[in-house]
Design a binder for this molecule. Structure first.
Ligand code: NAD
Ligand code: IPM
Ligand code: MN
Length: 344
């Protein structure tokens, strides 16, 4: 028996790109699959976005491959009744429940797509950066609530939470780290900057380190993206900056991610969501999902050569002219899958 992979198709285009990922995996080795519901699909079946059974299955697996959760149907239910379950709680519960504090989002525009980005080729050429996003703290997991006509979402970070993600950021550096915060306004950001600076001085003083305020970072990311190596940042800023960075690759449908903890199974998922606007049309771009399969092979299953094989096959298929609708072409999910498999 091969490694045990828990597959969570989720909602929207999730099941379509998951089916494509399984075809890809079947060509790469022998894996034991276990498929479960998460997000809106799990709410419909069990009344909750993540059941204990699924969390335990993930915990005892070798790796988890997730597509996407969420959609207008469940947003509408929450608009009706604020206490209704939300699909996103499934994903957040999984990240927290598996202790996946480090989210790696590599942004490496494929050569063939340099003209597919809304940014000029000469700006993005040479871009090869990694967003290292803190994933289990900050405003996503703080106390939140309503009091009359007021709502609040608290943002908290402990020194220990910042230290461990800072170490991931420094260990990932090739040419240097840019730590992104909002230290001119937020106390959590001042603790972030102080802690990152201390870990840098004590343990990684050989790695060049810069600090940028997040508003400035958002601007620099499109004006000089090739100058960044590692972008080290907290949960919410990492969420926003990574969708922005996705456009350097031509489409949000291109960007993969890996979520890792101190030990145990990692979670591998595209950066994009469930794309309800195109769900069911057979036109979703499966390449972010394939890139996530590559990250699972590399970081989750120790299969480096299979991982580079997938990444090269994606690049070659794009060189051959593969373009899904989000990249201005007409290829369907199925045609894109064939094109990548043909290049393995
Ligand atoms: P989205 O990422 O789903 O879609 C944004 C735009 O990008 C849409 O126009 C969509 O069609 C397009 N797009 C995204 N992925 C694509 C792909 N693979 N191929 C072609 N086009 C693609 O973001 P949204 O519309 O803001 O959110 C929709 C739902 O997804 C929400 O419920 C949100 O909470 C959820 N979401 C889930 C995840 C996740 O599960 N990891 C991530 C982001 C958003
Ligand atoms: C992502 C998504 C999630 C996040 C949502 C769906 C909870 O946008 O993975 O980037 O905000 O982390
Ligand atoms: Mn996001």
């Amino acid at each position: 028996m091969g490694p045990r992979i828990v597959i969570l198709p989720g909602d929207g285009i999730g099941p379509e790109i998951t089916a494509a990922a399984r075809e890809l995996l079947d060509r790469l080795g022998s894996f034991e699959y276990e498929e479960h519901l998460i997000g809106g699909a799990s709410i419909d079946a069990h009344g909750t976005a993540l059941t204990d059974e699924v969390l335990i299955a993930c915990r005892t697996s070798d790796a988890v491959l997730l597509a996407a959760v969420g959609g207008p149907k469940w947003d509408a239910a929450v608009a009706e009744d604020r206490a209704a379950p939300r699909p996103e709680q499934g994903l957040l519960g999984l990240r927290k429940g598996l202790g996946l504090f480090a989210n790696l989002r590599p942004v490496r525009p494929s050569h063939a797509l340099l003209d597919a980005s809304p940014l000029k080729r000469e700006r993005i050429e040479g871009t090869d950066l990694l967003v290292v996003r803190e994933l289990t703290g900050g405003i996503y997991f703080g106390v939140s609530g309503r009091d009359g006509d007021t709502a609040h979402d608290d943002c908290a970070y402990s020194v220990a939470e910042i230290e461990r993600i800072a170490r991931v950021g420094f260990r990932s550096a090739r040419t240097g780290d840019t730590s992104v915060d909002k230290a001119n306004v937020l106390e959590t950001s001042r603790l972030w900057r102080e802690t990152v600076t201390r870990i840098h001085e004590a343990e990684f003083s050989n790695v060049p380190l810069d600090h940028l305020l997040v508003d400035n970072a958002a601007m620099q990311l499109v004006s000089r993206p090739a100058d960044f190596d590692v972008i080290l940042t907290e949960n919410l800023f990492g969420d926003i900056l990574s969708d922005e960075a996705a456009m350097l690759t031509g489409s949000l449908g291109m960007l993969p991610s890996a979520s890792l903890g101190a030990s145990g199974a990692g979670l591998f998922e595209p950066v994009h969501g469930s794309a309800p606007d195109i769900a069911g049309t057979g036109r979703a771009n499966p390449l972010a999902m394939f890139g996530s399969v590559a990250l699972m092979l590399r970081h989750g299953l120790g299969m480096e050569s299979a991982a580079t094989g997938v990444e090269s096959a994606i690049d070659r298929a794009l060189e051959d002219g593969l373009r899904t609708a989000d990249l201005g072409g007409e290829a369907t999910t199925e045609e894109a899958t064939r094109a990548v498999l043909a290049n393995l």
